[in-house]
Design a protein around this ligand. Structure first.
Ligand SMILES: [Zn+2]
Length: 107
């Protein structure tokens, strides 16, 4: 059988199935707008920020708090997703919840 290469669906903007906290970090252009110490973003109008957002990101144009973990020797890209609040970790490819982070070499 061909290897499954499609991300098992974890809703990057939903709530953690383990601890229930939200991974939604909000609309990207509004996060930029709120970066008060960034002159680069403060010089732009809301409309300009929305254009930049659409050019560089895809729907739903939100940032996610979910952490992508890359294992360099294993795969060039994210192999695991981790909740920043409870540290629950899922295999990106199978969607499996990793029970033992040490055993998986993630700690
Ligand atoms: Zn969690």
């Amino acid at each position: 059988m061909k290897q499954e290469t499609i991300d098992k669906e974890l809703d990057n903007y939903g709530n953690c199935p383990e601890c229930g906290k939200s991974w939604d970090a909000g609309r990207i252009w509004k996060v930029w707008r709120d970066m008060k110490d960034s002159k680069y973003y403060q010089d732009k109008t809301d409309e300009e920020l929305q254009v930049m957002e659409k050019e560089s990101y895809s729907k739903p144009y939100h940032f996610s708090k979910l952490i992508g973990i890359e294992i360099r020797e294993k795969y060039d890209g994210v192999s695991y997703n981790q909740c920043p609040f409870c540290k629950a970790t899922w295999d990106r490819w199978t969607g499996e919840l990793i029970k033992d982070l040490k055993e998986a070499g993630l700690e």
